[in-house]
Design a protein around this ligand. Structure first.
Ligand SMILES: [Zn+2]
Ligand SMILES: [Zn+2]
Length: 91
């Protein structure tokens, strides 16, 4: 199977995703979610974000801004629908 990769970090044999250092398709590494972040990659999209303040700091989800926005918008949609149903009850 060519679509299953193992983490390239020494001593780690977790299942990995493809990580892209830049747009050059030859520059591909493979890391598990933990080592994605340690090496500066977002494990949501596999892009390299090391050096960006928003990614390196205050980032408990270990996702890049784009992937985090997708996750947050899902949560906000759920909260919004809950609020709206409560509002309906008060009316
Ligand atoms: Zn790993
Ligand atoms: Zn991402």
């Amino acid at each position: 199977m060519s679509d299953k990769f193992l983490c390239e970090e020494p001593g780690c044999d977790e299942q990995a995703i493809e990580c892209y250092l830049n747009d050059d398709a030859d520059t591909v590494e493979h890391f598990c979610p933990i080592h994605c972040y340690k090496n500066g990659y977002c494990y949501g999209c596999g892009n390299f974000f090391c050096g960006m303040e928003d990614f390196d700091f205050n980032n408990p989800s270990h996702l890049c801004f784009n992937c985090r926005t997708e996750v947050n918008s899902d949560i906000e949609d759920e909260e919004l629908s809950t609020e709206m149903s409560e509002w309906d009850l008060e009316l």
